[in-house]
Design a protein around this ligand. Sequence first.
Ligand code: HEM
Length: 567
Amino acid sequence: MSELLSLVLPVKSTSLVAIGILAVAIVGLWWYILPKPIPGSIPYNKYASRRVLGDVPELLAHTAVSRNPFTFIIEQIHNLDSPIIQLFLKPMKRPIVIISEPRETEDILLRRTKEFDRGYFFKDVFDANIPYHHLVLDTNEQFKAQRRFISDAMSPTFLREVGAPHIHEAVNNLIKLWRLKTRLAEGRPFRASVDIKHAIFDAIWVIAIGENANGVNTQLDFLSGQPSSATFDVKDNAVVFPEAQNPGIFDAICRICEAFEQILSSPFPQLHHKILKLFPNLRKAYSLKDEAITRMLEQSRKRFAQPEKQKKTSALDYFLHRDNERAVKIGNHLSEPVIRDELLGFLEAGHETTSTSLAWIMKFLAAYPNNQMKLRNAIQAAFPGSKNPAPEEILNANIPYLDAFIEESMRVGQTAVSVSRRALVDTTVLGHPIPAGTEVYMMFNGPGYLKPPFAIADAARESQDRERDAKKFTNWNIETLGEFEPDRWIDPVSGEYDPRAGPLHIFGMGIRGCWGKKLAYVEMRITITLLMLNFSFGDLPRELADFEGQVFMTHEPRRCYVNLAEL
Ligand code: HEM
């Protein structure tokens, strides 16, 4: 018996030790990979902190139904009942801080630029796609040099001489297409979102490189060529028009944007993008885009070699003109990859965002007939008897209700739902410690924007100038934030449009705010003016009239249809 024991016991004790070590290692590893809340009192979901995937399972389940991860984030703000929360959205990485508070957001974006810079989100997704574009850079000397290089392509001269005429032409083509569709639809609605995308793509492509993409005209020619006896499918009470094959370059850029949309929600965006680029479809799209840009670069360079032919007709011309000036001063040009990526970024950032915003405007026009009538009256009063005022006239006209309508559509439509920054140093937000390296998302779809704000004591704010901040937005009606009311942007005393009446942050703000905002407003102003003078937007059947959104590259309406009558 004792012999037996002596044989067994050493084995048993070794095993026990081994099991013990393994158990400690497992517990240690488990503890290591569990989410680590930021020390302090920023609220978080306790259950999420006890599992490796943190808040991800609930986020995925929510997004599978709603197609909108941002509504999940706002739900957490409400559940945790705080304007600042932390969520565990990236396994094994530090938590993300979320705030929904307009005054604090403005303070961070406009003034606290030494403490916060471009967030990881933009960097990760754009780095895979346009790694030399300035939007992936920190706010450093290289960023400033690239911003100087492109700065003329957002100047008043550029907007007037290049931007506005091309947008005007693209919208006139859209009007021709919609006149035809309106006749063929015989009083029934049809889908608007794709036509708007075509028109804005046409505009931005010719503005960027000076070449016509012919997206709308291709569809117009195709539909005009249908036999007069043609009948069209009807789905959900809307006519489904057949579509022509898009021009190659249009498809190529759309494919590049779709790939970009896929990597937006990927945990490994750069690797994901590399894998996608192995597929022949995307490889072909990139080579088509590269060919087009190379061709236009060569043409533009040739033109600038002849001083008498230096009339600038595209953003690319403005870029190269500035680059030549720089080369004369400091002896070297910007690198070719920088020029290419700045150009592709111009197309990508300017196309999807503006067409989504216009899609929301179409929805508001149909849903609010009284506001639509008021808008048309204001525009018709500015251009009596005209259905096609010139681009310059549209830019110069003072039509407060038009500006207010656009602003309110931006506020409620929420093309961009949030912007992010990362903390450069250990700092505080609303009195809570934020360690260096933390990413802070500032949301625009929750309290303070679409719902009344949280009550926050002044002492809890970081803002250096509380007196100035307290005077902001004093006439802003916080009880009706969930409603569509363009008049909130009109000063009750002067009757003028007041862009500072309330907080609107969907373009971001400060040095890293949207570089293309002025062009976006020119596009929306010209498009809405011309559409209002040429069509009235009728009621939509219930199944097409909802306001559900979905997030791809932007937050877009799930269904965007119009039911038009020609004026
Ligand atoms: C309604 C249309 C648009 C919306 C809602 C929009 C929204 C935004 C937002 C939210 C940002 C991030 C800002 C931040 O982090 O503070 C941004 C950045 C940017 N946008 Fe836009 N945008 C629009 C149109 C355009 C257009 C037309 C262009 C150019 C043709 C453009 C070019 C850019 C660029 C280059 C940046 C990066 C700026 C930087 O990193 O410093 N955007 N935009």
